[in-house]
Design a protein around this ligand. Structure first.
Ligand SMILES: NC(=O)c1ccc[n+]([C@@H]2O[C@H](COP(=O)([O-])OP(=O)(O)OC[C@H]3O[C@@H](n4cnc5c(N)ncnc54)[C@H](OP(=O)(O)O)[C@@H]3O)[C@@H](O)[C@H]2O)c1
Length: 262
């Protein structure tokens, strides 16, 4: 199976790195196209075929990821429409519906929302099936994305929520980890030590959540011993309504995905 990725930017390149790292695909099964020569040269270093020719990519691929910015999906589809018969298109563009793509291609379509954590095989993603996509197409998607992390089928009307939560999510977690790191520095820790303590703590906390039988609230209470240290910090988080701010951030990102909808 040959897989093409149109757009080798942040998301496209993280998918490619994940496919290679996980062994889901070998370099000779991947072709990527980009309009930026510098990116093409960088991607070619991964030993995959890299080109500026979207038509060549579609001609050579069975599965075509569309990983350009949402407003560029339409011109890209126009460019390759006559070559699209029999191809599976997997679009990761925020807000672009399967219907929009189906109306502009003869291929089968899946809409997916991955995140940049695919490059380290820790991706959280979801997908919706287009009207022409088959069970075999779903199997291909699940196999590829399953190697990069977890993936869930959701109704297409929920893709905005997924975009706000796990598509944009890495930036929200980076921001939180940076705040913890900065607090450590203010308390006198060297920056590199503070950074590693913060990031590793986030990793460990996620790992416990994903593997434990215990609920989140039980785990919080397990760290918050009465009259201990953590409870003092939790009081501040409650007072400053941090949970509300985070919920609002996810909602704002989801809303933006809806605004981009086509
Ligand atoms: N970034 C994320 O974390 C994330 C997460 C989930 C989904 N997404 C989705 O993924 C898509 C890409 O986002 P991104 O952040 O990876 O954007 P990006 O870094 O700008 O990558 C897009 C790449 O496509 C190239 N490009 C532009 N026009 C092209 C064309 N006609 N043919 C081939 N390549 C072309 C761009 O080159 P130039 O720079 O020269 O324009 C750029 O290198 C978006 O639709 C976004 O909604 C992104």
């Amino acid at each position: 199976m040959k897989v093409g990725v149109i757009g080798g930017g942040n998301l496209g390149s993280s998918l490619i790195r994940g496919f290679l790292k996980s062994g889901a695909l070998s370099p000779n099964e991947i072709i990527v196209s980009d309009s930026d020569e510098m990116k093409i040269n960088k991607l070619a270093k991964l030993s995959v075929a890299a080109t500026n020719d979207n038509r060549k990519l579609v001609r050579e691929s069975d599965v075509v990821f569309i990983a350009v910015k949402p407003d560029l999906v339409e011109p890209v589809l126009k460019e390759v429409e006559d070559l699209s018969e029999g191809k599976l298109f997997i679009s990761v563009a925020a807000g672009v519906s399967t219907k929009f793509i189906e109306e502009r291609t003869r291929g089968r379509v899946i809409r997916a929302m991955p995140n940049i954590c695919g490059s380290v095989l820790q991706m959280a993603s979801a997908y919706s099936m287009g009207s022409r996509a088959t069970a075999e197409d779903e199997r291909i998607l699940k196999e590829l994305f399953g190697k990069l992390g977890t993936t869930f089928h959701v109704e297409e009307r929920l893709m905005g929520a997924v975009t706000g939560l796990s598509g944009s999510g890495p930036a929200f977690f980076f921001y939180l980890i940076k705040a913890v790191q900065d607090a450590g520095v203010e308390l006198g820790l060297p920056k590199d030590v503070s950074f590693k303590l913060a990031a590793q703590t986030a990793r460990g906390a996620s790992e416990i959540l994903l593997t434990s039988e215990e609920k989140i609230d039980e785990l919080i209470s397990r760290v918050c011993t009465p009259r201990g240290t953590t409870i003092e910090g939790m009081k501040i988080l409650e007072e400053k309504k941090v949970a509300d701010a985070i919920r609002e951030a996810v909602r704002a990102a989801a809303r933006r995905a809806e605004e981009l909808s086509r």
